[in-house]
Every structure is written in structure tokens, then in C-alpha cells.
Design a protein around this ligand. Structure first.
Ligand SMILES: Cc1ncc(COP(=O)(O)O)c(C=O)c1O
Length: 402
């Protein structure tokens, strides 16, 4: 038998196996994904800027051209500067005097590296009660305890956070998706952001603020990032181009204190020796030469319609039976089923009998508890598919509860 490290793996929940088995079956519609609508990808623009990058190389093929070299591990300077202007400037998530911005292969690499530089085996990381599965598994691979803390529609409950910090001196990190969370679609209020930051300072732990969705807002007012409240270097802000440009570019960034980013940058060297120059150069040109805000506004118009279609379909089909979050942005909505309904069993039933893929709440919980909730994605399906899926889910629920 192949002897993998103890920290790898664990078996797969049989309910998830039943859902995954349905993926490629004919007639199946997925509300399970976490990706943008493919029609939003700026394919023609990136084709053009990629060609221009090659043209630039033809005009200067010396070593100083980064196209075919190893280059700055910190990120190709053209990309770093355009991201600094946008995220430390326009959105004020970081202070150019005190903080450093580095590029990464998506926010996922930031998550992994933050865990790597802060968590010794047995250390604790606090997350929202329902959180991003890809982060939970990354934290576990550093043999950390991942603790979910009570979270309501305003974000992590400060009293619960303080109790968890008090109870465990080995807490090193708080991981939060404060804006349009995956999986719940909720947004932490400004007061709760401030409370979270104050507690991080009081107990001297670092907050990893993972924010790949914050620019995808369909209603409501912009809430400043936790990083923008940071006066002491306790917050790392992770951003991503995956949801606003495309996941395939594999580009994200992090903004943190100079001290922290130096250590994270050194560990990034150990992993990858920088990210590919070609895509960084092509994306930097894209960000400089095209209007990203206009691109995002267009995508938001599309997603707003889809969100509204899902909310309306839920009201029509499940009003009075189930409850759900009302996201102001992002890709997800959290559906709470009637008391006692197993999210694991219901998701598997809906996949097999109704040919709709949804993921159970347990997938997003560090305790893996089977709860009466599921995550629904509205960014990928069409409005017609959303209507159809919610009908099938409602039919499925009636049958399932018999
Ligand atoms: C909350 C959250 N963080 C990080 C990621 C990964 O982002 P990236 O593609 O930038 O690595 C995702 C992707 O779904 C996500 O939902």
C-alpha cells in the first residue's frame, strides 16, 4: 500500500461520492460550481495582449525581457504596479508605506502559504462556521486544528470569536471571507469587521481576509475591507483575478505587512520560483489597456439578473417551507432546509433523482457535521436553468420529506 503522509486525506463522505458520480450524466444541471459565467471571460482582449507581449519580445529579446525567463518572485513589476494602484489605491486595502503587495497563483496559493508560514502542527485556525472547503483542507494539510465559530448573517459573532480566542492559546490565524462569503453569500458588517480586527490585535493573531468576490456587488453599499482598518500589521488581504477576469489565468495577490510578506514571498520561492511571466505580462497589459470596471459592471448586470431569478424562484417554490440568504454579491446563496432534513442525503437524492447538483452544508464545515443546509450557485446556470433547478429541488424536497 502506498504510504502517504498522515496529514493527507481521510476518506470521502459516501454522500459526496454519490453526487460526484452524477456529474457527467445526461440532463444533469449543476448549481455546484464556484466559477464565473464563461461568457464574461475577456478572451479577445487577452488574445490581443498576449500577442503584443510576443511582439514586445521580438523587439527586445535580451535577458531583461521577462517573457521566457525566471523573473521576480514578487510578481512581474507591470502587474504588481497595476494591482497596487487598484487595491492599495482605489480600494485602500493596504498602505503603500507599510504594506507589500505580491502576486500569487490565485488566492489559493496565498491561503496555502499563510498556513505554511503561521501554523505549526497542533496550532489552531479559526474560520466562519461555514467556510470555503479549499481553505479548510489546505489548513488541515499543515496539521492544524480548524475551528468553526458561530456566524450569523452579520458575520462572525464577536462574543463567540473572543471565547474561542480565550479558550485556546494556540490560535495563530483567523480566516474570514467577510464579503459575499463562500458558501453563504453573506457580508460581514463594518461593526463586526472592526470587532474582529480589535480582537485580533488584543489576542495578537493574524487575520487572513480572503476576498475574491468583493467587486461582484449587485446591490447595497461598499463596505471597506478589514485590511483597510489595519493599523498594526495584523491583516493579510488576499485578492483574486479568478472571478473578475478568469480562474484560468491563475493570478491572485496578497497585501500584508512588509515583514509578513517577506516571509511569505520566500516560501513562495520554495514552491514555485515565481509565477509564469507570460500570463502576468498579458494580464498586466489587459488591466492597463482595458476598462476593468466596465467589464465588472457588465458581469454584475448578468449576475444580478441570475441572483434575482434564483430569489424569485425560491420564493415561488419554497416560500414558507425553507429559508435562504439574500446575497448582495458573489456567486452563492445558502438554502436552509426544514429542521431535521439531512443536507448530505438530500443533495445526493436531488443529484440522483432530479439531476441537479448541489453541495451539502457539511462540505463547508470544519466539523463535517451533516446539517439541514445546502449551497446553491447562481453564477453559472442560465435564468431558465435556475427556474428549472429550483422547481426540481422543490419537487425533490416534497418527495424526500414524505
Ligand atoms: C473563498 C475563496 N477563496 C479562494 C478561492 C480560490 O481562488 P483562486 O482561484 O484565486 O485561487 C475560491 C474559489 O472558489 C474561493 O471561493
Amino acid at each position: 500500500m502506498t504510504r502517504f503522509a498522515k496529514r493527507i486525506g481521510g476518506g470521502i463522505n459516501p454522500a459526496y461520492g454519490r453526487i460526484f458520480a452524477m456529474f457527467d450524466q445526461p440532463g444533469v444541471i449543476s448549481l455546484g460550481d464556484g466559477v464565473p459565467d464563461a461568457s464574461t471571460f475577456p478572451a479577445a482582449e487577452l488574445e490581443k495582449t498576449t500577442k503584443e507581449v510576443f511582439e514586445d519580445f521580438k523587439n527586445d529579446s535580451s535577458f531583461t525581457n521577462k517573457l521566457f525567463s525566471y523573473w521576480e518572485s514578487a510578481g512581474v513589476p507591470e502587474l504588481v504596479s497595476v494591482l497596487e494602484e487598484r487595491y492599495m489605491g482605489k480600494f485602500e486595502s493596504g498602505n503603500p508605506e507599510k504594506d507589500t503587495l505580491l502576486t500569487f497563483a490565485g488566492a489559493q496559493q496565498v491561503i496555502d502559504l499563510a498556513a505554511r508560514v503561521f501554523l505549526d502542527p497542533g496550532d489552531t485556525i479559526i474560520v466562519e462556521e461555514n467556510s470555503y472547503g479549499g481553505a479548510i483542507t489546505a489548513f488541515r494539510s499543515y496539521e492544524a486544528n480548524v475551528i468553526g465559530v458561530a456566524t450569523d448573517e452579520e458575520g462572525i459573532v464577536p462574543e463567540a470569536l473572543e471565547a474561542a480566542l480565550k479558550a485556546d492559546p494556540n490560535v495563530k490565524l483567523i480566516y474570514t471571507i467577510a464579503t459575499f462569503s463562500n458558501p453563504m453569500g453573506i457580508e460581514t458588517t463594518l461593526a463586526r469587521r472592526q470587532a474582529m480586527y480589535d480582537l485580533a490585535v488584543k489576542y495578537d493573531v493574524i487575520i487572513l481576509e480572503d476576498s475574491p468576490y468583493f467587486e461582484l456587488r449587485y446591490s447595497g453599499e461598499y463596505i471597506p475591507s478589514i485590511k483597510s482598518l489595519d493599523k498594526t500589521g495584523h491583516v493579510i488581504f488576499a485578492g483574486s483575478l479568478s472571478k473578475i477576469v478568469s480562474p484560468g489565468v491563475r493570478l491572485g495577490f496578497a497585501i500584508g505587512s512588509k515583514e509578513i510578506m517577506q516571509v511569505i514571498g520566500a516560501e513562495k520561492d520554495n514552491q514555485t520560483i515565481g509565477n509564469p511571466g507570460l500570463i502576468q505580462l498579458a494580464v498586466a497589459k489587459y488591466l492597463r489597456e482595458y476598462d476593468l470596471d466596465a467589464h465588472i459592471a457588465e458581469a454584475c448586470d448578468l449576475y444580478r439578473k441570475k441572483r434575482d431569478a434564483m430569489l424569485k424562484a425560491l420564493e415561488n417554490e419554497l416560500g414558507g417551507v425553507a429559508s435562504w440568504t439574500h446575497p448582495e454579491g458573489g456567486f452563492f446563496l445558502w438554502l436552509t432546509l426544514p429542521e431535521g432534513v439531512s443536507g448530505d442525503e438530500f443533495s445526493a437524492y436531488v443529484a440522483e433523482q432530479k439531476k441537479v447538483i448541489i453541495y451539502p452544508g457539511s462540505m463547508y464545515r470544519p466539523d463535517g457535521k451533516d446539517i439541514n443546509a445546502v449551497r446553491l450557485n447562481f453564477s453559472v446556470p442560465t435564468e431558465e436553468q435556475i427556474d428549472e433547478c429550483i422547481k426540481r429541488i422543490a419537487d425533490g424536497l416534497r418527495e424526500f420529506m414524505k
